[in-house]
Design a protein around this ligand. Structure first.
Ligand code: SF4
Length: 314
């Protein structure tokens, strides 16, 4: 486990609605009876709590462009955090939301694009509860303490509070947990000694830290252990009702486990960005920065959109 200040990003999760229902989604998409959409005043408070956070503020989902107030939220973020290198967007750039291209180029200095069309992306199980799988408690906590998600990804804010881990936040939302920490200035100064309550609540029911076999994302099937299956069934999970799960029985993964480094694959990201007439350029912190293609700038300028200009990289 690492302090929140050691992370590159803290995510604000504005919805868990998505255009996909990938296998073993880290947001447990498909299990909530109804997706949430963060209220504007909650978003404002989330941004305000992070103004002094020195790293990146990510806008994420689900698919954040499905939020009906996405444009308003992006504009608020820009008004409080005008330095684009501190603003990131995680998206599939879904069909039908191309109108957001100008605001994406205007607000965000970083985009992480994944529309799950790469064909060889695999997701490790998250719903195989560690406490039901690892019989030795010391080993379970040893693995959890080294969880790659918490050590590589982000803390998170949802409508239910702030969390040390984005997957823990998803567990809290879908399993109707007690909520996170109050979202107040400086909450992001917490360190692993502050995580114990959330770890006891969420990590023991999660399997991200366990070396389990991953499944191709496009299968849309979740690997799950019996106790989590029973809990989700009780909660009325639509994905369970549709039978898109399997009880996990595949043991530990092979040592030659393959990790697809799609985040650095500019050809893949650019193919997604092309759908929105956006051009991607690597920036100084290793993400891709979006710019409007010149033909789009010209077209939108003719449409008298005052917010457009060709931008310099951050
Ligand atoms: S075990 Fe799950 S909840 Fe705990 S840190 Fe890892 S991903 Fe987050």
């Amino acid at each position: 486990m690492r302090p929140l200040l050691d992370m590159d990003v803290i995510q604000i999760e504005i919805t868990n609605a998505c255009v996909h229902q990938c296998s073993n989604c880290t947001r447990l998409v498909g299990h909530a009876k109804k997706p949430f959409f963060m209220e504007m005043d909650v978003f404002v408070n989330a941004v305000d709590s992070l103004i002094d956070y020195p790293k990146m503020i990510g806008i994420m989902g689900g698919e954040p462009l499905l939020h009906p107030q996405f444009a308003e939220m992006a504009e608020y973020l820009k008004s409080k955090v005008p330095d684009k290198i501190r603003c990131g967007l995680w998206s599939t750039l879904p069909k039908g939301k191309e109108k957001y291209a100008p605001i994406i180029a205007d607000v965000f200095g970083n985009v992480l694009l994944n529309d799950h069309t790469l064909g060889d992306l695999n997701h490790s199980p998250v719903l195989v509860a560690a406490q039901d799988t690892v019989t030795d408690e010391f080993t379970m906590w040893y693995l959890i303490d080294r969880c790659w998600v918490q050590n590589c990804w982000s803390g998170s804010i949802t409508p239910k509070g702030a969390f040390f881990c984005e997957v823990a936040a998803a567990f809290d939302m879908v399993f109707e947990g007690p909520g996170g920490w109050p979202v107040e200035p400086g909450w992001w100064k917490k360190t692993p000694k502050d995580y114990v309550g959330q770890m006891n609540q969420y990590c023991v029911n999660c399997s991200a830290a366990l070396p389990l076999h991953a499944r191709q994302d496009t299968e849309e099937v979740d690997d799950i252990s019996r106790r989590n299956l029973e809990r989700l069934t009780r909660l009325g999970s639509p994905k369970i009702k549709r039978g898109k799960y399997t009880l996990y029985n595949r043991g530990e993964r092979n040592k030659d486990y393959h990790i697809n480094e799609f985040r650095n694959n500019i050809e893949y990201a650019q193919k997604i960005a092309d759908k929105y007439d956006l051009q991607l350029t690597p920036n100084k912190i290793g993400y891709f920065q979006p710019f409007l293609n010149e033909n789009r700038v010209h077209q939108d300028t003719q449409d008298s959109n005052p917010s457009l200009a060709v931008k310099q990289p951050v």
